[in-house]
Design a protein around this ligand. Sequence first.
Ligand SMILES: [Zn+2]
Ligand SMILES: [Zn+2]
Length: 255
Amino acid sequence: MASIITRIDRSSRVRLLWERLQDLVFPRPCVFCHLPRKGGGPCLCGPCRDSLHWIERPFCGRCGIPAEIDYDLPQNNFECARCRTQPPVFDRARSVGLYESALKELIAFYKYRKQTGALKEIRSLLECYFLAADEAYDGLTVVPVPLHVSKLRERQFDQACLLAREVARLLTLRCDPGLLKRIRPTPTQTRMTRSERIENVRGAFAVQKPEAVQGSAFLIVDDVMTTGATLNEVARVLKRAGAARVEALTLARAA
Ligand SMILES: [Zn+2]
Ligand SMILES: [Zn+2]
């Protein structure tokens, strides 16, 4: 597993270099509006980047969903109705922005077209987010939501792993991509309902190094949070193995 990740990491670096060279000679248009990039970042133009819907307070202190109220609340004092009636297993979840328009396209560009150059744009979005979010992440070990090995071989690209490494680098936290394993492949969840998603991921993950989990605190990283079923299942596995605290961070969140 580790050697596959190293190999993928190396090929990602080569691809990144190639993309940079191409960009110098033929600057690529914005991935969202397809117009020539003026200002902005490596993939999105200035106006598209400015149009991103960042998730800002007020939001649910537990799951991070934006609150549908138009007045501000004391920090982390608000819990949404779902978290009050069905508390999630994770202690806290946060997302950079809403999974729509330019951010949705950027993630698709990054994930499905294996454009690691998009990681540079993502890194800069994360940087802005951490500066503005003002939340503590001290002492957490970063763990990506693992891909099943069959999917990793097929894709040769582990988007959550690369993302987790960026998050760990920016927050100067330890990253442990080999801590968890996806023990069975799961069908894609795009068209599934909440309950189907819960069923789909049940028993899909296992802890590889139980000794590293007991009493520790974790930050699970993934690209998108939809219903939270996957993050919740990963949190369940970590807590069952003795994790003291489990938090989650995704780049985007479906509202
Ligand atoms: Zn644009
Ligand atoms: Zn909530």
